[in-house]
Design a protein around this ligand. Structure first.
Ligand SMILES: Cc1cc2nc3c(=O)[nH]c(=O)nc-3n(C[C@H](O)[C@H](O)[C@H](O)COP(=O)(O)OP(=O)(O)OC[C@H]3O[C@@H](n4cnc5c(N)ncnc54)[C@H](O)[C@@H]3O)c2cc1C
Length: 375
């Protein structure tokens, strides 16, 4: 029951590779670490990836399965915080990354679009502001203000993002890992890295998002471990939702898979004091709220087959944390996607790899880890 729906499927076998001397070692075999490894290997570097669990055993195999463009903050807010030009470039990069992710994921990703919906008039106004900003800058988005049941009466309006997708995240990351291994990357699973002194490579990338690695020195804890809980129902006959839905400022999210199951997550705000934790336990409070919510949507009692939790890394300015760890020439970090890491992790792993091979993107200025230290 505590196994995530996505990880219940058997993992893809990884080609066994041994690297004699690694140029780069990566800690974390989620979407970030695998994306980084793939780009580095394609550039001809010798790469080794370590994980305390298996490929996609962390949040990459435990999430909502939404593949969304953009950052964790709303686009209009990002324009204010980052400046209009940078925000636009950021959103464009995520759209390109989603396209590339689709290429790697194959049938583990379906371009269904996603629906971001408002639970009250205030949220509706916020979404309208974001919609106007997106359209003004030439991004595709559709305004919706009439919903059929079961959304009618619960949600007032929303933005449909046509390019977004639903993802089997564990399978998608497994495929990226296989591609990386075929390009020469060695994976060492089920071995926790206790100290960077034990690694041989000249460069190390810590790609552990919300899971405390103990390897990040002054940054440790500033990417705040945050628990997300989810459940999956048994297949439901009615076809209720054609794409990923998220509402109440992203606190609630759900989708119905092609096999009829509803996967729902969120409700962290029902117990905020207990959910800032790296403990992967489910709790009766959040699970009860999720079950009640899904029962309301379906209109009758539902059978719950899976309940699970995962940890993501929250950052107070909602920007990823990507770059060299302050005070260290050797160590790089990529994480802190604030619950939005399927596409961002794929993008940021690639950005780090490109920076390490001499092609640093200027957007990394906005993601610099040193900002978390106030310097
Ligand atoms: C419940 C939930 C729902 C979410 N929903 C969505 C969603 O729908 N869409 C979206 O875009 N994002 C979502 N997210 C966020 C997204 O899942 C993450 O941001 C993303 O998967 C992070 O990927 P990653 O590769 O950076 O880290 P992870 O996939 O978390 O991988 C980190 C890995 O590091 C390993 N590790 C840590 N320390 C060490 C060490 N010392 N030695 C060796 N290994 C170590 C861990 O074992 C883990 O496997 C959700 C997250 C959760 C928890």
């Amino acid at each position: 029951m505590a196994t995530p729906w996505w990880l219940a499927e058997e993992a893809l076998p990884l080609p066994q590779v041994r690297v004699d001397r690694a140029d780069v070692e990566i800690v974390g075999a989620g979407v970030t670490g695998c994306s980084c490894a793939l780009t580095l290997a394609r550039a001809g570097l010798h790469v080794r990836v370590h994980d305390a669990r298996e490929v996609a055993g962390g949040a990459s195999g435990r999430n909502g399965g939404f593949a969304l463009r953009g950052g964790a903050a709303a686009y209009d807010k990002a324009r204010v915080w980052m400046g209009a030009e940078r925000a636009r470039e950021y959103w464009q990069l995520t759209e390109e990354a989603l396209e590339r992710l689709a290429g790697c994921a194959g049938d583990a990703l379906r371009r269904t679009g996603s629906l971001r919906i408002a639970a009250d008039d205030d949220e509706r106004d916020e979404l309208r502001g974001e919609y106007d900003a997106l359209r003004e800058d030439g991004f595709e988005a559709e305004w919706r203000d009439e919903f059929a049941p079961p959304l009618a009466g619960r949600f007032t309006a929303g933005i449909f993002h046509p390019g977004d997708a639903t993802l089997q995240p564990a399978l998608a990351v497994g495929r990226i890992a296989v591609e990386a291994a075929e390009a020469g990357v060695e994976f060492r699973e089920r071995q926790r890295v206790a100290s960077l002194d034990g690694l041989e490579a000249e460069r190390v990338v810590v790609a552990t998002d919300g899971y405390p690695s103990g390897l990040l020195g002054p940054l440790e804890g500033l990417i705040i471990p945050t628990r997300g809980q989810m459940l999956a129902t048994a297949p439901i006959e009615q076809r209720l939702f054609e794409c990923p839905h998220y509402g109440r400022h992203g606190f609630d999210y759900w989708q119905q898979l092609e096999n009829g199951r509803i996967l729902a997550g969120g409700f962290r705000d029902y117990a905020l004091d207990t959910e800032f934790t790296a403990d992967e336990q489910t709790t009766p409070t959040i699970q009860g709220a999720l079950e009640e919510f899904v029962t309301g949507l379906v209109g009758e009692p539902v059978e719950i087959t899976h309940r699970w939790a995962g940890i993501f890394g929250l950052v107070l300015d909602f920007l990823p944390v990507v770059g060299q760890v302050p005070g260290s020439e050797r160590v790089w970090v990529a994480g802190g996607y604030s619950g939005h890491g399927n596409v961002l992790g794929f993008l940021c792993g690639d950005l780090v790899a490109r920076a390490l091979t001499g092609s640093r993107h200027r957007l990394l200025d906005a993601f610099a880890p040193r900002r978390l230290l106030g310097s």
